[in-house]
Design a protein around this ligand. Structure first.
Ligand code: ATP
Ligand code: MN
Length: 546
């Protein structure tokens, strides 16, 4: 039986959409567009636009699924900072902070503005920095609706009053469709992220990896906060217990910041970027950006449950013939992600501000299997390891890498630090001196041997060790010193088998362990040579010895 389908009837239930088109002007950017400016659309509207624009699909739990295209991660070699009279003597110029010519920036800006001339734009007013005193008002100009939704999720959302007379401090212009010409624009390739701290503009082109916006603004705050306000900015997650005890978790990508800060017994402050001022720790962001590769409800229930309407999943694939995401699918990348507003986590702290940390965890994914799964650091060791910022990149993702690659990234986030690492280390040291903070080193990486021989530390053990440390259950147990690193290894921990606590005990070949430990110790010492001018005897007392 066929039914008479009148297309008119099919659409009867679709309301005439009341689209918010505010004819606000972007004239301060000298931007005139013949297209439509969609200003501060809600997530529901942005999902409608994303689907209508064919930017993505809807998953069966109501999340928006989008691809980031050629770039499935940040491109650090294409992240520039304009070198001018403001930054010339303040930014630490290096292969991380790559200088960009002022005139090239201005030209690129003009080209991008004219590129936008007849496009529809998604504009958003947002905030970075939960502390009123240090907040940065952002105006974000996107060509993709899903990017604008990413910004809704990831930055703080201004309330009605804050929107009334919103005055932007910094502008992001992100146009994936715009490609630079390396021959004339001073870029390395067609893609770029260029920060101008004088004009207060972040330009992004040639890449649709949305994380460039988030980490670009993080870099801006990492310049402004320590340099202008003496506030320590940190690449860390943070949560707070019922007694008001704050914990922060420093760590490079993939070491467990997001995973371990989502704890049903503690309130989440944030999963990636925070400031530490005179009396509090505050989130810079309004959402989380979690890895979803091999995600399971059993292991990470908070993150799993946060993926619903309002969340975005990036670079994932469906089980064929369904709209169910297959989190084991690595077809596009291992760096599959979800972004969601922080209120998707049930026990997130509403104002994202808590007190001075009582416990600090340095997370490392040691692929050598040398670093103990939990150890306690004294002040010298804490400074030494903070400046070192050790983790290991695992083989497998790059064709030629067969051995795990030792990586040292100062302050656990050198890629985002425009100032010299010693500036952050000084602030960190001062704060540690002033407040009685416990500092722990956690190896979320390998145990029982190096990558290839051993296995990754079980998440449930890492969680048990962190809980024990937070609950003071490691305060009165026996400790012994690691033979090379001198750090304190607890001999017992609730809910963790004793032998797991000693990396050497988990290796079959003890001589091989001792050799690897010395090898890693040597790598630390070599890496630290560049800080010898800055390092005091007190800091050097925290170095490995053998
Ligand atoms: P980024 O800075 O890129 O956001 P991150 O530090 O937040 O990185 P996570 O997103 O928490 O890193 O990633 C840790 C990954 O490692 C998760 O996929 C998690 O499931 C996995 N994992 C496996 N074993 C452990 C463990 N013992 N501890 C923590 N994470 C583990
Ligand atoms: Mn994270």
């Amino acid at each position: 039986m066929t039914r008479d389908i009148n297309p008119k009837n099919i659409f009867m239930s679709v309301q005439e959409l009341d689209i918010k088109v505010e004819r606000k002007s972007l004239s301060e950017l000298e931007l005139e567009t013949k297209g439509t400016i969609f200003w501060n659309l809600s997530p529901a509207e942005l999902v409608e636009h994303s689907l209508a624009n064919k930017e993505g699909n809807l998953t069966d739990v109501g999340a928006l699924m989008a691809d980031t295209g050629e770039f499935t991660g940040r491109s650090p070699k294409d992240r520039f900072i304009v070198k001018d009279s403001e930054t010339e003597n303040t930014v630490w110029w290096s292969d991380i902070n790559i200088p960009f010519d002022e005139a090239n920036f201005d030209r690129l800006y003009n080209k991008m503005i004219s590129f936008l001339g007849n496009r529809n734009l998604y504009v958003r007013d947002a905030i970075a920095g939960a502390d009123e005193k240090y907040r940065l008002n952002l105006r974000i100009i996107n060509t993709l609706a899903w990017h604008n939704m990413f910004c809704y999720n990831m930055f703080l959302r201004p309330d009605k009053d804050q929107l009334e007379d919103f005055d932007p401090d910094f502008t992001i212009i992100c146009i994936p469709e715009f490609k630079a010409n390396p021959d004339t624009d001073g870029t390395r390739q067609e893609n770029f992220a260029a920060i101008n701290l004088t004009r207060k503009i972040l330009l992004i082109g040639g890449t649709a990896y949305a994380g460039e916006m988030k980490k670009g603004i993080f870099s801006v705050l990492n310049y402004i906060l320590p340099h202008k306000h003496g506030v320590l900015s940190m690449h860390c997650s943070a949560n707070v217990g019922k007694e008001g005890d704050t914990a922060v978790f420093f760590g490079l990508s993939g070491t467990g910041k997001t995973t371990l800060s989502a704890d049903p017994d503690r309130s989440l402050i944030g999963d990636d970027e925070h400031g530490w001022n005179e009396d509090s720790v505050f989130n810079f962001e309004g959402g989380c950006y979690a890895k979803v590769i091999d995600l399971s409800r059993e292991k990470e229930p908070e993150i799993w449950d946060a993926i619903k309407f309002g969340a975005i999943v990036e670079n994932t694939r469906f089980y064929p013939g369904t709209r169910t995401v297959d989190y084991s699918n690595k077809q596009v990348t291992e760096n599959t992600r979800t972004s969601y507003p922080i209120y998707h986590i049930k026990n997130a702290l509403p104002n994202s501000i808590a007190g001075i940390p009582k416990n600090i965890f340095f997370l490392t994914a040691d692929a050598f299997g040398v670093i103990p799964p939990i150890s306690k650091l004294n002040k010298s060791q804490a400074m030494y390891h903070f400046i070192s910022g050790y983790t290991a990149k695992v083989a497998g993702t790059e064709v030629d890498v067969t051995e795990p690659k030792t990586t040292f990234s100062a302050c656990f986030g050198a890629a985002f630090l425009p100032l010299h690492p010693t500036r952050y280390a000084e602030l960190f040291g001062e704060k540690m001196e002033k407040h009685q903070v416990n500092v722990w080193l956690i190896n979320t990486g390998w145990t029982g041997g190096p990558y290839g021989v051993g296995s990754r530390m079980k998440l449930k053990y890492t969680r048990a060790m962190i809980s024990a440390a937070l609950e003071g259950k490691l305060d009165h147990v026996a400790y012994r010193k690691h033979s090379v690193f001198g750090i304190g290894i607890p001999e017992s921990c609730p809910n963790v088998p004793d032998h797991v606590l000693s990396p050497r005990a988990t290796w079959e070949d003890k001589a091989a362990y001792d050799l690897k430990a010395r090898e890693l110790g040597t790598a630390f010492i070599q890496n630290f040579e560049k800080y010898l001018d800055f390092a005091t005897d007190d800091i050097l007392a925290g170095a490995p010895k053998f």
